[in-house]
Design a protein around this ligand. Structure first.
Ligand SMILES: Nc1ncnc2c1ncn2[C@@H]1O[C@H](COP(=O)(O)OP(=O)(O)O)[C@@H](O)[C@H]1O
Ligand SMILES: [Mg+2]
Length: 264
């Protein structure tokens, strides 16, 4: 029995602007934690051509959404089970991008619609940059999870991404996670600085969701193609991922779907 039983599925997008900051790592580990908490969870990997959630779950991609579009498989076949989590991969081969992003986004809309019928949480793992797929993901989601790292260029990338989204939809809701944190104190300092900038320039604030420390166990779990829970359920780092996941569950009870469509 959960404290919260989601009546509507909650869709959130994991974004950062910059690459290599831990979006995919965050996505698969929050998914694993929410799954462990008893929720029905799906991950949609929209890092077109360079999808790597399947690898992180130690599975080959069964079938991509692009293959479905090309009538090479059923939609069900694109929904592969990864230890209880449903994974949908949009495209895992750069060749598939020839289909064009409009067609891929249409297929993704249909996949998310189908996933919503049977899942409590849908996480979207996005590519770096402020490209079409990031904007599609924010449009499909009701909440943006920002992955911050304590580097000026990373923070300024996230700030510009938020500024752009707010220019289209001033009501959009974001939460922040600090990855590669040295400690809880440095993480809270990073969030504080980021929110100071958001407040000063845009009169906005992102909700603090938690942090993931820079940690060798994280690297080892990634190398072993395992989640942190699967690799070592006793590792204290799981408490941080649990804290983040609980904050997302709490957020899901508050959120309303933004009304405006983002332009992409
Ligand atoms: N907290 C962390 N501690 C140590 N290594 C990390 C941490 N977070 C991510 N990494 C490493 O950083 C690399 C990039 O992470 P990834 O999730 O693929 O980033 P992104 O999806 O943003 O490009 C991975 O190889 C992962 O092992
Ligand atoms: Mg990634």
């Amino acid at each position: 029995m959960h404290l919260f039983e989601p009546s509507d599925p909650f869709v959130f997008s994991v974004i950062s602007g910059k690459g290599g900051v831990g979006k995919s790592l965050t996505t698969v580990n929050i998914a694993a934690m929410l799954n462990d908490m008893g929720y029905k969870v799906a991950v949609v990997d929209v890092d077109l051509g360079l999808a790597n959630c399947a690898t992180m779950f130690n599975q080959p991609v069964q079938a991509t959404l692009c293959e479905w579009v090309l009538n090479e498989c059923s939609l069900e076949k694109t929904m592969q089970d990864c230890n209880g989590i449903t994974l949908v991969t949009a495209a895992d081969d750069p060749m598939e991008l020839k289909l064009g992003t409009d067609i891929i986004m249409d297929a993704l809309d249909q996949a998310v619609y189908a996933l919503k019928q049977t899942h409590d949480f849908i996480l979207i793992d996005t590519p770096a940059g402020v490209g079409e797929m990031t904007l599609w993901s924010l449009d499909a989601a009701e909440f943006g999870v920002l992955v911050l790292v304590d580097e000026p260029s990373a923070i300024s990338d996230v700030y510009r991404l938020c500024k752009y989204v707010y220019s289209i939809d001033p009501t959009y809701k974001f939460g922040s996670i600090v990855n590669f944190a040295e400690s809880e104190e440095t993480a809270s300092d990073t969030i504080h600085r980021f929110n100071t900038i958001l407040t000063y320039f845009l009169e906005k604030e992102s909700a603090y969701l938690g942090f993931i420390p820079e940690n060798d166990q994280v690297r080892k779990a990634v190398r072993k193609q395992n989640t942190l829970l699967g690799y070592d359920s006793e590792n204290p780092i799981n408490n941080e991922v649990e804290f983040i996941s609980q904050n997302i569950v709490a957020e899901s009870t508050l959120s309303e779907k933004p009304q405006l469509k983002l332009a992409y």
